[in-house]
Design a protein around this ligand. Structure first.
Ligand SMILES: [Zn+2]
Ligand SMILES: [Zn+2]
Length: 363
C-alpha cells in the first residue's frame, strides 16, 4: 500500500513537497519553501529523509527547491533528479544532483530495480518538467508546475505506456480562472497600441511568462523592448535549449536587439524584476506618464509606495493550469486518486467530481 504524505503545497500556494512511501522505501516530489518573508519550510523530518531512494525536482523555483539545504544538512546522499537546465538555474549546486539530458525524453530511465521514470516538458519555465514514475509496482504522475498554452515553451502530455496511474499530483494553481493565454497577449498588444505615447513597465519574474510576453511584444509591436540585466540568463537558456522551445524565427533577432547594452529610448517597453521597486520608481521619475502592467497575482499591493489607478493596468497570463486545463489534464491522466496542489482553492478532499460540481463558483 502506497502511503502519501503531504508535507506542503496542498491547500496553499508554495512549499511544494510530497512524500510517497511503500515497504520502508520512499521518494520525494519537490522540496520547496513558502515564497514569504519567513521562507516557511515543508514539514519534512530526518525520519522522512532516512527512507528516501530519490528526490524528483520539477523546476528551479524556490517553492519547489528551497528546502533542499535541509536534506543536505541531514546528510541525504541519495539522488536529486532534475533536468540539466534546472540544475543550471539553481542558485547553488549539490554533489548528489543527477541530471537527465534532453535526448532522454520519452525513455524510461532506471534509478534502481524498484524505481524508474519518464519525463516531459511542462511549459512553465524553461527546463521545467513533469514525471511519470514507477515505484514498487505503483505508477505515479507528477505534473510539476504546468502551462498547456505557453507561447514559446513546449508542453507535452505523458506517453501512453505507463499503465493505470495509482496516484496523480496535478497543479491546480489557477483553478479559479478560465483564460486563453494567446488572447491575453493580443489584449496586451491592443492596450499598448492605444497608449502609444506612454512608456510601459512590466514587473516580471524568472519565468516562462516573462519570455512569452517579451518576445510576443517584440514580434507584434514597433516599440523598443528593454530587458533588465536580471533577465539575460533566462533568455540565454532559450538559446541553449532549443528542444524546449516552440520554433520561432524571432528569437535570434530578439537577442541582437534586446539582450545587448543599449541606450534606452523614450517610449520603450521595460521588463523589470517585480521586486525591484527602486528601478520602477526611477522609471516613473524619468517618465511620469508610464503605465505599470501586472500580469498575475503579484500586483500593486505588493509595493510600499502606492501606485495611482491611472498608473496601473492589470491583465492575467497563466503560469499554471486554469479550470478547464485542470479538468482536461485530470481526465487525460485518469488516476485512481488525484491530489490537487498549488492553490488555496483546492485541498486533499478535492476530486475531479467536486471540481466539476463547483464549476459555477470557480469557472
Ligand atoms: Zn514555478
Ligand atoms: Zn510553483
Amino acid at each position: 500500500m502506497l502511503n502519501v504524505e503531504i508535507l506542503g503545497g496542498v491547500g496553499e500556494y508554495g512549499r511544494n513537497c510530497f512524500y510517497l512511501e511503500k515497504d520502508g522505501r520512499a521518494i520525494l516530489l519537490d522540496c520547496g519553501v513558502m515564497n514569504n518573508r519567513e521562507k516557511t519550510m515543508p514539514t519534512l523530518t530526518p525520519a522522512h529523509m532516512a527512507k528516501l531512494d530519490a528526490v524528483f525536482i520539477s523546476h528551479s523555483h524556490i517553492d519547489h527547491v528551497g528546502a533542499l539545504p535541509l536534506l543536505e544538512q541531514w546528510g541525504y546522499k541519495g539522488q536529486l533528479i532534475m533536468s540539466e537546465m534546472t540544475a543550471k538555474q539553481l542558485k547553488r549546486t549539490y554533489p548528489n544532483i543527477k541530471t537527465f539530458s534532453p535526448r532522454s525524453i520519452s525513455h524510461w530511465l532506471h534509478i534502481n530495480q524498484h524505481l524508474s521514470f519518464q519525463w516531459g516538458f511542462s511549459g512553465h519555465l524553461i527546463g521545467s518538467v513533469w514525471y511519470s514514475i514507477r515505484f514498487l509496482g505503483e505508477v505515479i504522475f507528477f505534473s510539476g508546475d504546468y502551462v498547456l498554452d505557453s507561447y514559446l515553451l513546449k508542453a507535452n502530455l505523458p506517453y501512453e505506456d505507463c499503465g493505470k496511474y495509482n496516484v496523480a499530483f496535478i497543479d491546480s494553481g489557477h483553478v479559479e480562472k478560465t483564460i486563453k493565454n494567446e488572447e491575453v497577449l493580443q489584449q496586451i498588444v491592443e492596450f499598448i497600441c492605444t497608449n502609444d505615447s506612454r512608456p510601459i513597465i512590466f514587473p516580471s519574474s524568472f519565468s516562462g511568462k516573462t519570455a512569452d510576453i517579451a518576445i510576443y511584444l517584440f514580434a507584434h509591436s514597433t516599440r523598443k523592448v528593454y530587458m533588465d540585466h536580471a533577465f539575460f540568463p533566462l533568455f540565454e537558456d532559450y538559446y541553449d535549449a532549443p528542444e524546449n522551445v516552440v520554433p520561432t524565427p524571432i528569437l535570434p533577432l530578439f537577442r541582437s536587439e534586446c539582450l545587448q547594452e543599449t541606450t534606452v529610448e523614450e517610449n520603450a517597453i521595460y521588463f523589470v524584476p517585480e521586486r525591484d521597486e527602486a528601478t520602477i520608481s526611477q522609471l516613473f521619475k524619468n517618465s511620469p506618464s508610464a503605465i505599470v502592467i501586472f500580469t498575475g497575482y503579484f500586483n500593486k499591493a505588493c509595493y510600499t509606495q502606492p501606485l495611482a489607478p491611472h498608473q496601473v493596468k492589470q491583465f492575467f497570463y497563466k503560469t499554471h493550469p486554469d479550470y478547464k486545463d485542470i479538468i482536461a489534464l485530470s481526465k487525460h491522466i485518469n488516476a485512481e486518486k488525484t491530489i490537487y496542489f498549488h492553490s488555496h482553492f483546492t485541498n486533499e478532499e478535492t476530486t475531479l467530481l467536486t471540481l466539476i460540481g463547483k464549476e459555477a463558483d470557480i469557472g
